[in-house]
Ligand binder design. Structure first.
Ligand SMILES: Cc1cc2nc3c(=O)[nH]c(=O)nc-3n(C[C@H](O)[C@H](O)[C@H](O)COP(=O)(O)OP(=O)(O)OC[C@H]3O[C@@H](n4cnc5c(N)ncnc54)[C@H](O)[C@@H]3O)c2cc1C
Length: 376
């Protein structure tokens, strides 16, 4: 089969690599709008078993991976929850750029052609038709999805809080939620992912109508103020922020259909799950597995894509419900703090992690192992 993948993020690269691994006769090309060396974010978390997928553990040197020791919740500097990992659950962290580079290496090993600096928006209809399959893996604002919006019927909304993805050189060995309202209510999600580096994702409340999805003012101009607001938690450590980072509202993407003709949506182009409990990257791996499974033994591409949609829609519903609950918790907490409703703030804090339960995640071990066996 001739397969074109639009988007060289985790979804596009993992789908391309897995499809190449399951059939040596596929001719696969990935086109990516950005050039090499463009960075998008800091460290991300995955369940440890995901490293077995596509032999990622072999592609990633051990010093690029870290294990998180559990979860913590700090309220105004005071530790309110401190759990070690529950049995059978451990989170690993990795720089997003290192993961994408490892997936790109795997693609190259498997003969996938990577073309950087190519915009899928410019694809002509005849170029798309010349392929048996177009995999749209072009992210939450997917131009491909927008082009076929009538057929896939996307529903795109936005969370209420503003968020910004920063980093710090303070080490957070556990997945740590930090709540402060010394100056204004703020939440941060922090976890170490490299020697001397932790992701630090800040959320803030805003009552303004949800029509804007991104603010023009660069977050880097407010970096010092934010460091001051989290001074007690950062203990003299610095915050880092890329120049281009803006405050954003988290995009909420769901689609009535995940496929049309010879086009299929995977990863954030198909669905988003809030970063506070989303495992969006693992969901991208899950989509890659479902697509590869659906194509195996299918009588036609159409039949395979319908099977893929049937497999993933219930999973999207399940994991978006869990991620939405987590997103709403952040929104309610910051709104209650803004309104100075201390009773509500305390009730929400108590409700976050009442037990040390690991949330369900996409790409379960069994599915990834099954695909590895098929691929071997
Ligand atoms: C703050 C934050 C923290 C997160 N933390 C985690 C985490 O800890 N763990 C986790 O599992 N997930 C996390 N996620 C979610 C995760 O980043 C996404 O779910 C994941 O990156 C989805 O992969 P994707 O390939 O579908 O989309 P993307 O990563 O967005 O990649 C899409 C690619 O398509 C390219 N592209 C876009 N348009 C075009 C075009 N027209 N032509 C060609 N290429 C195009 C883009 O340049 C990009 O490379 C987080 C997300 C955010 C916002």
């Amino acid at each position: 089969m001739k397969i074109l993948v639009a988007g060289g993020g985790p979804a596009g690269l993992s789908a391309a690599a897995l499809l190449a691994q399951t059939s040596s006769t596929h001719q696969i090309t990935v086109i990516e709008r950005q050039g090499s060396g463009d960075s998008r974010g800091w460290g991300i978390t995955l369940r440890r078993h995901a490293l077995g997928f596509l032999n990622l553990a072999q592609l990633l040197p051990p010093n690029q991976l870290r294990s998180l020791a559990g979860r913590r919740l700090l309220v105004r500097g005071e530790c309110r929850i401190d759990y070690d990992n529950p049995p059978d659950d451990s989170l690993v962290t990795i720089a997003r750029d290192d993961l994408v580079a490892a997936l790109a290496r795997r693609c190259e090993q498997l003969g996938v052609q990577l073309r950087l600096g190519v915009d899928a928006d410019q694809l002509r209809a005849d170029e798309i038709k010349a392929n048996d399959l177009l995999v749209a893996a072009d992210g939450a604002h997917s131009p491909v999805r927008q082009r076929w919006a009538k057929e896939v019927a996307p529903n795109v909304g936005a969370g209420r809080n503003w968020y910004a993805w920063l980093a710090t050189d303070r080490m957070f060995p556990k997945l740590t939620i930090l709540f402060t309202d010394r100056i204004r209510p703020l939440l941060a999600w922090a976890y170490e992912y490299a020697p001397g580096m932790s992701s630090f994702i800040v959320e803030r409340h805003d009552d303004s109508p949800a029509h804007a999805h991104e603010l023009l003012l660069p977050v880097s101009l407010q970096r010092q103020d934010l460091a001051g607001e989290f001074a007690a938690e950062l203990q003299g450590h610095r915050l880092f922020c890329a120049q281009s980072v803006r405050w954003k509202r988290f995009p909420l993407v769901r689609c009535k259909h995940l496929q049309v003709d010879n086009i299929v949506l995977v990863g954030d182009a198909a669905h988003t799950t809030h970063f506070s409990q989303g495992f969006g990257t693992m969901f991208a791996f899950d989509d890659a597995c479902a697509l590869a499974e659906a194509l195996q033994g299918a009588t036609s591409v159409r039949a395979a894509l319908e099977r893929y949609e049937g497999s993933q829609q219930p999973r999207i519903e399940e994991f978006q419900a869990a991620a939405d609950k987590s997103r709403r918790w952040s929104e309610q907490l910051l709104a209650a703090a803004q309104a100075r409703r201390e009773d509500q703030v305390q009730a929400l804090i108590a409700a976050r992690w009442p037990r040390n339960d690991a949330p369900a995640a996409p790409a379960p071990k069994e599915r990834l192992q099954r695909m590895q066996q098929v691929a071997a």
